[in-house]
Each structure stands twice: as C-alpha cells, then as structure tokens.
Design a protein around this ligand. Structure first.
Ligand code: ST9
Ligand code: ZN
Ligand code: ZN
Length: 349
C-alpha cells in the first residue's frame, strides 16, 4: 500500500548529477536537414481560432455577464490544472501519485484544455526533456521564438522525433485505463468538454449562446493555449539560470503567475522530478502546488517527490549562473563566492 496523506519531506532517490548537461544542444546530422512541411489545415484553424478569441476577449470585457466572466476564470483554472497538475507533473514526470478520483478529475480538466490526449502530450514532453533543444525535441527552442511557441504545431514533425520516439517508455501511462479511455474516445470527449459544455452551461443563468461560445469556449481555450506555449518559448529564452547555466530554460516569474508555477523552468529542467516545479514552496506563483498539496491533505495525492535544499545548494554552486537568491553572486558570503569562482570563472571580473 502506498503511504496516505502527506509525503515524506524530501525524496532523495534521484541524483541531480543524472540531469547535468542532459539538455546541452547537439547539432542535427547533416543527412537530416530541416524541411518545413506546412500543415495548412492547422494554419487555417489556428488563424480562425485567434481571430475568434480576439472577438471573445472583446465580449469578455464588454458584454458578458459577471457570472459568465467568473465562470470563464474558473474554466481557465480547471483547464490549466489539467495541464500543470495533470499532464505535466502527474503523468509526464510522475512527480507524485494520484488515486482514481483525482486521476478522473484531472483527465476531465485535461480534456477541457484540449491539448491532445495525455498519452500524446506526455510522449512529446518526455521527448522535450530527454532531447531538449535538439531536432528530436518537438518544440526545439533553438529554432526561434515562433517555432517553439506555436510553429511546431503548424508543420510535420522532424524525422528525428519519430526516429527517437521509441526510446521513450510509455508503458506506465498505457497501463492506466483512465488514460486509455481518454485517448480512445478523444474525438467525442474533447468537443464535449472543451466547446459544447462551456457554451451550454452559461445559458442556464441567462447568458446568450453566442457570448458563451466566444468567451467561455474560444477565448478561454486560446488564452490557455498561449500561456502554455509561453513555457516553451519565453521560458526557454528570457531570464536567469540560477541552477544550470549550461541549458536554455530560464526562471521567469511573470510567466509563472499565469501558468500556475510552471515558469521556474531552469529549476524544472534541472530537477524535473520535483512536484513543485520550483525550488521554493510559495503558493502565489504556484497555484498547481496549492492544488497538489490540498489533494495530498485529503489523501487523493501521495508520494510527492521533492529535492532537498542540500542538493539544490550543491547544484547551484556547481552549475548556476550566479543569480540565485541565496547562493547568488551578489548576495553570497565571501567564501561562497570563492567556491563559485571555480565553477563560474567568467564571473571573476
Ligand atoms: C497543444 C500542445 O497545444 C501544447 C503542448 C505544450 C507543452 C508545454 C510544456 C511546458 C511545460 C508544462 C507547462 C504547462 C503550463 C500550462 C499552463 C496552463 C495555465 N514520440 O503528431 P503526428 C510518431 S495541442 C514517438 O501526427 P506529424 C507516431 O508514430 C493543441 N513517436 O506527426 C505518430 O503516430 P501516433 C491542439 C512519435 O504527422 C506519428 O509519428 N492540437 C512522436 O508530423 C505521427 O504523429 C493540435 O493543434 C513522439 N513524440 O504531424 C494538433 N510524435 O500518434 C496539433 C509523433 O498514431 N498536432 N510520433 O502514435 C498536429 O496536428 C500534428 O501532431 C502535427 C505533426 C501537424 C504537429
Ligand atoms: Zn522546457
Ligand atoms: Zn517538464
């Protein structure tokens, strides 16, 4: 039987050395030059989606009823948790375990977010970590902001993704009947959860179907997509690297706020098994942590994995860029700066 309720304070069975340098980019083989095969169906759908979402945003601020606005925010939170607490932290990374009711709830939230089935999402995300910033990474950030944000969904995948895909073990997720059910009935469940119910429910309190469709379905869906994509684009580009300066992912607080704690991306790529996806335990910038901790209190989540401060400190001093809030270049005591100089020789002047 797995333990109930609160997890042990620290789980130390993962070595941070195992992740070191893993995200370092490697050049593409000469034989497999990048070829852009544009998928015009996706381009068309995303253009219409974004135009509809701009109109939905206008309706949100001008004509929608207050209760519809609150419902839209509620749907944003639920669908966001379906990605962060569900597809990302629970399924792609197994950073905690969940009992059946929570797995069903998160699968419903995830379907509301329509980012394809958890099985497909987690397979791509495991590739993203294993082959980060190479052609086998589905949203390889070295191909630019636009490609890593949305462009990768508008073109056929690089052959390296299909060639190396077999190295990703998905047997753990395939063993879950809830995820198999979601994948099998995705084309029925997704329109129901993402578009039909969010358009219908507000009519029960007198909202027009028109407003409900454009605000609660189209605007909310497109907004959640774009903030999710920011983790692949902005959080691989602009920010500090306190944990590992040798990889592209960065720490970005503004992104973290809108993606419920997923913007501490330099930490996450350094310690991907931590259920917090951040070093610190605060809730303001990490709504997903609040959700998982609450689920742990009622016994629906258990075996929450984390990283001890000791391991974090060692890693910061060994590979950080000097921007850490405690062991950083500006605030660190003199003896720590001396130690850091050994791993950060460029910081000496
Ligand atoms: C969407 C996903 O938006 C967003 C994901 C973002 C991830 C962010 C991560 C950041 C961290 C978390 C932060 C969360 C923050 C959340 C905040 C919320 C508030 N391995 O794909 P196909 C093989 S989805 C192994 O068709 P094409 C496999 O055999 C938006 N094998 O490739 C496969 O067949 P099957 C809505 C792989 O033809 C076959 O190739 N959805 C792998 O090149 C064909 O696969 C859309 O818009 C792999 N990884 O087409 C749909 N991949 O699947 C968009 C493929 O049967 N997608 N294979 O096993 C598509 O239309 C197509 O995938 C395509 C490529 C056109 C992009
Ligand atoms: Zn990433
Ligand atoms: Zn991840």
């Amino acid at each position: 039987m797995p333990p109930q309720g609160h997890p042990p304070a620290w789980v130390l069975d993962e070595s941070d050395a195992a992740t070191e340098g893993k995200d370092a980019p490697t050049p593409a083989p000469e034989a497999e030059k990048r070829k852009l095969q544009i998928v015009w169906r996706n381009v068309t759908l995303f253009v219409f989606l974004h135009i509809g979402a701009l109109y939905g945003g206008y309706l949100f601020f001008t004509r929608a009823m207050w209760i519809t606005k609150i419902f839209t925010v509620f749907l944003y939170i639920c669908s966001g948790l379906g990605i962060t607490a569900g597809a990302h932290r629970l399924w792609a990374h197994k950073s905690y375990k969940a009992r059946l009711p929570l797995r069903i709830l998160l699968t419903m939230f995830n379907t509301l977010a329509f980012q394809d089935s958890v099985l497909d999402w987690a397979r791509d995300h495991r590739m993203h970590h294993k082959y980060s910033e190479t052609d086998a990474d589905p949203h390889n950030a070295t191909r630019g902001f636009f490609f890593s944000h949305v462009g990768w969904l508008l073109v056929r995948k690089h052959p390296q993704i299909k060639a190396k895909g077999h190295t990703i073990d998905m047997s753990d997720l395939l063993a879950d009947p809830v995820l198999r059910f979601q994948k099998k009935y995705y084309l029925t469940l997704m329109p129901l959860f993402c578009f039909i119910l969010p358009s219908y429910i507000p009519t029960l309190w007198g909202e027009s179907l028109w407003n409900a469709y454009f605000v609660c379905a189209i605007f909310r869906y497109c907004y959640v997509l774009n903030v999710t994509w920011l983790v692949n684009s902005a959080a691989h580009k602009w920010g500090d690297k306190p944990y590992d300066k040798n990889i592209n992912p960065v720490e970005t607080k503004p992104v973290s706020l809108v993606v419920f704690g997923e913007g501490f991306h330099n930490y996450h790529h350094t310690f991907p098994w931590d259920y917090k996806t951040a070093e610190l335990g605060g809730y303001t910038l990490n709504l997903s942590k609040l959700f998982i901790d609450t689920m742990s209190k009622i016994g629906w989540a258990y075996d929450l994995k984390s990283v001890s401060p000791d391991i974090v400190e060692k890693r910061v001093k060994r590979t950080g860029d000097g921007s850490h809030h405690v062991w950083g270049w500006d605030d660190a005591p003199a003896e720590q700066k001396v130690a850091a100089t050994i791993v950060n020789p460029e910081k000496t002047e």
